[in-house]
Every structure is written in C-alpha cells, then in structure tokens.
Design a protein around this ligand. Sequence first.
Ligand code: UD1
Ligand code: CA
Length: 467
Amino acid sequence: MSIGIVILAGGRGERMRMDIPKPMVSVGGKPLIDFPINEALLFLNKNNLKGGITSVTGYLHEMLDEYLKENFIENGVEMDLVLQREQLGTAHAIQMYVEQNKNAADYDYTLILCGDTPLIRERHLSKLWNILNQEKLDAVAASFLEDDPSGYGRIVEGDSGFHIVEEKDADEEIRKISEVNSGLYIVKTDFLLDNLREIDSDNKAGEFYLTDIFKDNRRVQAVLFDDPESFMGVNDVKQLEEAGLFLNFEKIDLLRNEGVRFIDSTTCYVDWDCSIGPDSVIHPNVIIRGRSRVDKNVVVESGCILTNSIVEEGGQLRPYSVLEEAHVGKNAMIGPFARLRPGADIGQESKVGNFVEIKKAVLDKGVKVSHLSYIGDAHIGENTNLGCGFITCNYDGANKNFTDIGENCFIGSDSQMIAPLKIEDDCYVGSGSTINKDLPKGSFAVSRSKQVTYKGMARKFLKKKGQ
Ligand code: UD1
Ligand code: CA
C-alpha cells in the first residue's frame, strides 16, 4: 500500500504578524514545519508504507522552498514542492498538489497535515491509519474537544458520516459544538479526487474548503482524540507561546523517562532536538537550545544556557555558565560564570573557572584556567596551567593571530601572549609578563620592569587626615 503525504504550508498566516512564512517560525528550537515532516517520516517508517511527502508552499514561498531544500531535500529526504500561487483555501492547495505532483493520483491513500500543528505525533497518524483500515472507511479526520472552540471548524455528526462547518459559516447552535476539526486527515485517494471536484467557494470566506470533502451519509468518520493539546494549531503569537510550552513539557517528560533528573523542570527549557543522557541532573533555570547534546552523568547547575553545544559524560557546568557551539570533554569542570564561545573545545578533566572567556581554542586534557582569563584563537597543551588574568592578545587590529602553547607549561598570573606565538612544552613564564617572542622547549621567561624600593618613602604619598 502506498500513501501520499501532503503538508499544507501555503497560507499567509496573517494573524502571526511576522514577515517570514509562518511554517518557518521557530518553536522548540526549530521551524514549525519540521514537526509534521519528521512525524510523517516516522509514520511511513513505522507502518512500512511506501510514500512521498509534498509540501504545498505559497506565501513567501521562495524563502520556505529554500529552507526545505537545504534542510530536508539536500539531506536525503524525498520531498516534492508544489506551488500554490494564490491562497484560495485548503481545498485549492490540495488541487495544486494533484495538478502538479504527477504521482499524486497513484497513491492508494492521501494523508494531509497542516504546517502549523507542531504537536501532532506519529502515534496520532498511526491510530488514524489503523481506524481507517479497520473500519474500512473512505476518509477520517482527527477531532478533539475544545472548551473554547472559536476559530476551529466544528464537527457536525450525521446519522452516519459527518460534515464540518467553519467558524465563519456557523450559526449560534453550531458554534456551541465543542468537537472541532484538527486539520489532520487520511483519505482514500479516489475518494479525495472525486470530492475535490465538487468543492466550491460558496461560503463566508470565499475560500475552497478542504473540509467540504466530508459529508453526512458517507463512509467517513471523525476520530475523537483525548489529548486536545496535541492538535492545537498555531495561528497567532499566543498560540505559538502555548505550543512552545507544551513542547517543552513533552520534551522534559521524554527526558525524565530516560532517567534525566530535573530539580524543578517548570523553570527549564529544552529544545526538541537536544539530548540529555541518563543520570544527569539539571538544576532550576537552565536553558538547553538548538541541537545540544549533554551526555550521561553531567550536572548542569542553575542559570546555565547551552546553545548547540556538547558536554561529555561526567562534565560539570557550575552556575551561570554560557556555552555556544562549544565542546566540553569528559569530567571537565566549567564555571561558575564561564563563557564558552563558538569553537571552544575543552579537553577532558580540564578546568575552566570563573570569569573566563574562551573562543576558537582547543584546550587539551587537564588544562587549568581557573580565573579571569581570555583565550581566543589558541591551542593549549595537556596539563598546562594558566594563571589568573592570563590573556591571549589575538587581535592586532587587523588580523586574528594564533597562540600555541605546549604541554606541562606554567604561565604565571597576569601574563599576556602577543600572538602569533609558539610556546613549546615545559616552559615557565613569570607572573606579569608580556610575551611576544617564541619560547623553545623548557624555557623560563619573564618580562617585567625591575622593581625599585625606597625605604620610608610611602609617607610622602600617604597623606594622613588632618596633616
Ligand atoms: C483549518 C480548517 C479547520 C480546522 C483548523 C485546525 C479548513 C477550511 N479549515 O482552519 O476546520 O479546525 O484548520 O487547525 O481547512 N493553507 C494553504 N493554502 C491556503 C490556505 C491554507 O496551504 O490557501 C495552509 C496553511 O498554511 C495552514 C493550513 O493550510 O498550514 C491550514 O490553514 P489555516 O488558514 O490555518 O486554516 P484554519 O483557519 O486554521
Ligand atoms: Ca490553522
């Protein structure tokens, strides 16, 4: 059996008031449209179905098409793009799909998803699919009960079959119906094609409603789901926020089931594509974003923000550390108040302490940089100790230059390295040195002006009160 999957993403989404296509608006760390695409792929895989995915784009389609090409099609996802030049309604969008995708009519079934329902999961698609097959129906629509059904199409049951009345066209009685249409359908393709032809735009919105394929006294059924939050559509910024919160809740629940411990998950935000290993502990007020990967047995203390970063097993992020495209090796300790910028690569068992900023620098195993430092464009060899206030002077006003420090070095506090520079293994640099010449292996270097001491002269500068 084969199934064509259509994701409707052509609408203007004008209630969002944004200047990007709605399907590209981010929730849980990625565009809305990623969710139906990923769930559709899981559905095909789980049910062993042959099928293809088509996205119907329209409003600002150049931007959306490019996004889909770069992130799905070029990554091996088989997807067709169909253009709906004018947004004349959901049935018109399907009409465009049928006209432009030459395989559309060949699939036995057609599954239709909206690009703005990010909480629908593979399990919902599979349940709908099973009911369609078991009950030998021509079409099914997923429905749910909504206390405030405004904006949704209402499910009106017939003696058999049902039909859908959109909010705009509903009279007072129908508006009271709390069973609403989710916009998720599976339909026999023949049935879809037959009924699509009959749809007109004779309604208040003047749109071609796909919902008109459902009629009383047909072999169609509205399948009522008992988790209404999964079906919410994102039409305005309030719903976007709500969807984000549900998504976070769902994500945290999944992580808990995998053995991640939260002290107070209501204050934590974890993007959908992040992973956290078992036995890790996440303290309150932590944000983990993008595609971050936190391995097992990691402690993330309060106030930490991770973006697209990796923390390996046993790592410890102490409070208020901020990581962006950074990599932290096994058992390394970061913070409190550390800032790891893109390209910071901290070796296992290394220690990066408070008020340390690291950018584009590799620290090998066991490096210590415990206090108040800046390290940019550098490599620091194994077991080297960088004293308090150490700085790489990597930028000369025109170019970024590299500092390469070998292993087992001791660099005294308040030292600066004026890059480009190479310090070989086993060197010792005295505190307060400004180093601008390479050091051969095993060197001692100190560069500071000679101290002068005048006994008793302090009196001259320390004026006592009343003198
Ligand atoms: C639609 C349903 C409604 C249901 C609700 C669930 C219709 C007529 N109504 O209403 O019964 O309760 O979803 O969330 O289908 N789109 C296009 N081209 C168009 C119009 C829309 O691709 O010409 C896409 C949109 O981008 C969106 C989806 O179709 O992803 C749904 O459109 P939207 O305008 O959000 O429909 P609703 O008014 O929410
Ligand atoms: Ca909608």
